[in-house]
Design a protein around this ligand. Structure first.
Ligand SMILES: NC(=O)c1ccc[n+]([C@@H]2O[C@H](COP(=O)([O-])OP(=O)(O)OC[C@H]3O[C@@H](n4cnc5c(N)ncnc54)[C@H](OP(=O)(O)O)[C@@H]3O)[C@@H](O)[C@H]2O)c1
Length: 246
């Protein structure tokens, strides 16, 4: 079997970096992206040194369609096919329905929904090639959604709505593509201990949040599964919570 390859967005830190480390350890060659070119280059170099594997890195803003196309193209040129697409990059936002400014709403929709759809469209021809080349696994799509897209939570409704829509896109992808070997999963976690959740530390200790390594562990399990198995969504709650709150 040819080496499997993965494109991971937002992989310079947090959940995306943990997933990148995990997939490299599992024998994938990868492409990673994030905005800050220097940090991304430094992370890519460290990942190459530790894993001895190929790491293509291209910086780009998620909200810039030409950057989405350039990152996918970089993966294409390096590997020619894609075994896994990890739609990880996204942004959080706080605000009640009555008060959230419409321009902020638009930005969150652009980054959390429009950009992942664009990545998916750009990647589908490569994922088809990946699925054709791998009779066992097919090709996988993993999207980082949120538990706030499954259960409503005050102040997080706009963020949650973009994540619910992202999960629905993955469900639709499964209906449209899973028979030909491309299967998708949306992961819907409660608070994960990363920079994105740091604003919550006053109320919730980092030690009570989900570790990034557990999200990476789940992604490792998903990409290891046979193409005959379909897991549309996984909700990751925090122990000590009611299982429905972030
Ligand atoms: N942490 C949580 O509690 C939690 C819970 C549920 C779901 N999630 C979801 O999990 C995903 C990853 O979250 P995280 O906590 O790991 O986030 P994080 O620690 O803030 O890391 C975000 C990553 O994405 C990149 N990024 C951020 N904005 C970007 C943009 N506009 N364009 C391109 N790259 C961008 C960042 O690098 P640069 O800053 O250099 O761009 C970084 O590599 C997100 O989709 C988030 O919504 C997180």
């Amino acid at each position: 079997m040819a080496t499997r390859t993965a494109l991971i967005t937002g992989a310079s830190r947090g959940i995306g970096l943990a997933i990148a480390e995990r997939l490299l350890a599992d024998g994938f060659d990868i492409t990673i992206s994030a905005r800050d070119p220097e940090k991304l280059a430094a992370v890519a170099e460290r990942l190459r040194e530790r894993s001895g594997r190929r790491v293509v890195a291209l910086a780009g803003e998620l909200g810039d369609p030409s950057a989405v196309e350039a990152v996918t193209q970089a993966h294409h040129e390096a590997y020619g096919a894609m075994s896994a697409l990890v739609l990880n990059a996204g942004v959080g936002t706080l605000g009640s329905i009555g008060e959230i400014p419409m321009n902020r709403f638009q930005k969150v929709v652009d980054l959390n929904l429009r950009a992942p759809l664009h990545y998916l469209q750009q990647s589908l021809p490569l994922l088809r090639k990946g699925a054709e080349a791998d009779e066992v696994h097919g090709a996988k799509v993993v999207a980082l959604a949120s538990i706030t897209g499954v259960f409503a939570e005050p102040q997080l409704g706009i963020y949650g709505a973009t994540k619910a829509a992202l999960s629905l896109l993955i469900d639709t992808l499964n209906i449209e593509q899973s028979a030909s070997g491309i299967t998708g999963t949306s992961i819907a976690p409660a608070y994960v201990d990363t920079d994105m959740a740091a604003w919550k530390h006053g109320e919730l200790a980092p030690e009570s949040m989900i570790p990034t390594s557990d999200v990476a562990e789940l992604v490792g399990a998903l990409v290891a599964m046979n193409r005959r198995t379909l897991i549309g969504q996984v909700v990751m709650a925090r122990s000590g919570s009611d299982g429905r709150r972030a």
